[in-house]
Design a protein around this ligand. Structure first.
Ligand SMILES: [Zn+2]
Length: 275
């Protein structure tokens, strides 16, 4: 408590004017999040697509989502991929394979700093865009799989992301150099089960969390919804920052709508060594 009040009084001195109105309007809640972060023994973070849209990536199902433009259910559909793999590789070029222009957002970089300072123990994500890793987070748990690895559907040979990128950027579908089989990313497609090892680990992390920060997820699909429930069942607290309601809002100890504002505030606290 004493630490928190020192943090708060120091903040009063150094918070900048841009953040002042936010700080003033939501005073209790923004003050409290610092206390939750500093008090937590095991803080985990769970992120969804809302975190990536801050980097300019389109949400799949949002207002300007990818799913509005093409028959995007097909992109990650396993039977369709087997029939026409070029559809997946061409439509995910900007999202996954040709992403030099896409920078990690403020949320990604602040989370990485919080991890380096020991506050965040683990980042669990539904996202497949590798932006947490680009932002500096380590040991990210990717529960919907990841394009970090691909594998040959015939012989199982594993290919690293960097081996696949030049082929896809060249407009080609990658095939196995050993057996000529089709190569698929290790992203979970519709029709596939989620990666069990990552999922079990995510449940274990959720169980031991005394605080989980949930960012940019509508919490509408399982396991997104069941991970925070696991934290709650074990006596932990949850904090939700998402534009729009989620089914777990009434269980949240703190609730924010604007991720960018919240993370501007946390960045300020980090810059000022208040965190
Ligand atoms: Zn092969």
């Amino acid at each position: 408590m004493q630490v928190a009040s020192q943090v708060l009084s120091a903040l009063n001195c150094c918070i900048d004017m841009d953040l002042y109105s936010f700080y003033n309007n939501g005073m209790n809640e923004v003050d409290e999040i610092l206390k939750f972060i500093t008090d937590a023994q095991y803080l985990t973070v769970f992120t969804g697509a809302g975190v990536s849209t801050l980097s300019g990536l389109r949400d799949f199902r949002g207002k300007d989502g990818l799913y509005r433009e093409v028959d995007a259910n097909k992109i990650f559909d396993l039977p369709y991929f087997l029939e026409d793999p070029g559809f997946y590789y061409s439509h995910t070029l900007d999202l996954i394979y040709d992403t030099q222009q896409i920078r990690p957002s403020l949320v990604h970089t602040v989370l990485a700093r919080l991890q380096r300072r020991g506050y965040v123990k683990r980042v669990i994500t539904q996202n497949i865009d590798l932006l947490h890793q680009k932002g500096g987070s380590t040991d990210v748990l990717e529960i919907h799989g990841s394009p970090r690895t691909h594998h040959c559907l015939s012989c199982g040979r594993v290919y690293l992301y960097d081996e696949i990128v030049p082929i896809v950027r060249f407009g080609q579908v990658p095939f196995c150099e050993v057996c000529d089989g089709l190569i698929k990313p290790d992203i979970t497609f519709f029709g596939e089960s989620l990666p069990q090892k990552a999922l079990q680990e995510a449940y274990a992390e959720s169980s031991k969390s005394d605080c989980m920060l949930i960012l940019g997820s509508t919490l509408l699909v399982s396991p997104a919804s069941s991970l925070p429930l696991r934290t709650l069942q074990n006596g932990g607290k949850i904090i939700i920052a998402n534009r729009g309601e989620t089914p777990l809002d009434s269980y949240a100890s703190l609730r924010y709508d604007d991720l960018f504002e919240l993370f501007s505030y946390l960045e300020e606290a980090l810059d000022s060594d208040l965190l």
